[in-house]
Ligand binder design. Structure first.
Ligand code: NDP
Length: 251
């Protein structure tokens, strides 16, 4: 006799937990893509945003610039239709526009804040209603070691990433009783397009002060996000988890 949908066991991940509806913003390349692939391999239903590149093979893509509230609303509607309301949100989309304070225009400051901090606010707001209804949710924000260490030339970027810590901790206090957690993953120097743009001299200098003696990979960040998305992390919230080879230790 053919099994009906209601007779089928619910889909589970490879660790035995339920398969969740996941959104990774900026999941079309770099750290976001590694996270999307890892969560998909774990057994979750994964959607990614892309701005113009199209979605990577095997992942459900929605076109969305996180600086555009209407595009965010459209993306969430498409995802809900395709795989159910977002239960795990990975706010990964991020950008830089580096220069020293003396040369940084207000526009350069605001542009980075708008993508990294307000963009994360936009997607968090879009996700929270269904998480509340479901009484389950995971907010995972991609911060940075520089949020707490500071770095010359990145006042806009470091400020945006520091803001995410306040966002995750406030969310934890607002929504913690509903089995909703909010955490920040703080990568150090990870090999992606973002860091490829930095001069070799800078990379050599940074590598010297990383206790692990090397830069990190996007897959190493994805492994931590995989755990945060799982049932095993249920009692961890408001945390800033470094993935930096020890670079930010003590900050
Ligand atoms: P990349 O520059 O390689 O990729 C950035 C991603 O963000 C792309 O998918 C890009 O989309 C997307 N993005 C940027 N702006 C927007 C926007 N306005 N709307 C939607 N998507 C956007 O960066 P990484 O993979 O290196 O970084 C990923 C995250 O990790 C970022 O938040 C970054 O700040 C953080 N991080 C990275 C570190 C590193 O060493 N690499 C260290 C610490 C933190 P598109 O393809 O359309 O441009």
């Amino acid at each position: 006799m053919a099994e009906t949908a209601s007779q089928q066991p619910p889909a589970t991940t490879r660790s035995g937990g339920p398969s969740r509806s996941v959104l990774v913003t900026g999941g079309n390349r770099g750290i976001g893509l590694a996270i999307a692939r890892r969560l998909s391999e774990d057994g979750h239903r994964v959607a990614v945003t892309h701005r113009s590149s199209g979605a990577p093979e095997g992942l459900f893509g929605v076109q969305c610039d996180v600086t555009d509230s209407a595009a965010v609303a459209r993306a969430f509607a498409e995802i809900e239709e395709h795989q159910g309301p977002v239960e795990v949100l990975v706010a990964n989309a991020g950008t830089t526009d580096d220069t020293l304070l003396m040369r940084m225009s207000e526009e350069q400051f605001e542009k980075v804040l708008d993508a990294n901090l307000t963009g994360s606010f936009r997607v968090a707001k879009a996700a929270c209603r269904s998480m509340l209804r479901k009484r389950f949710g995971r907010f995972i924000f991609l911060g940075s070691a520089v949020a707490t260490m500071g770095t010359p030339g990145q006042i806009n970027y470091a400020s945006s990433k520091a803001g995410l810590i306040g966002m995750a901790r406030s969310l934890t206090r607002e929504l913690g009783t509903r089995s909703i957690t909010a955490n920040v993953v703080a990568p150090g120097f990870i090999d992606t397009d973002m860091t490829a743009a930095l001069p070799d001299e800078y990379r050599e200098q940074v590598t010297k002060i990383i206790p692990a003696g090397r830069t990190g990979s996007a897959e190493e960040v994805a492994a931590v996000v995989s755990w945060l998305a799982s049932e095993d992390s249920a009692y961890v919230s408001g945390a800033v988890i470094p993935v930096d080879g020890g670079l930010g230790m003590g900050h």
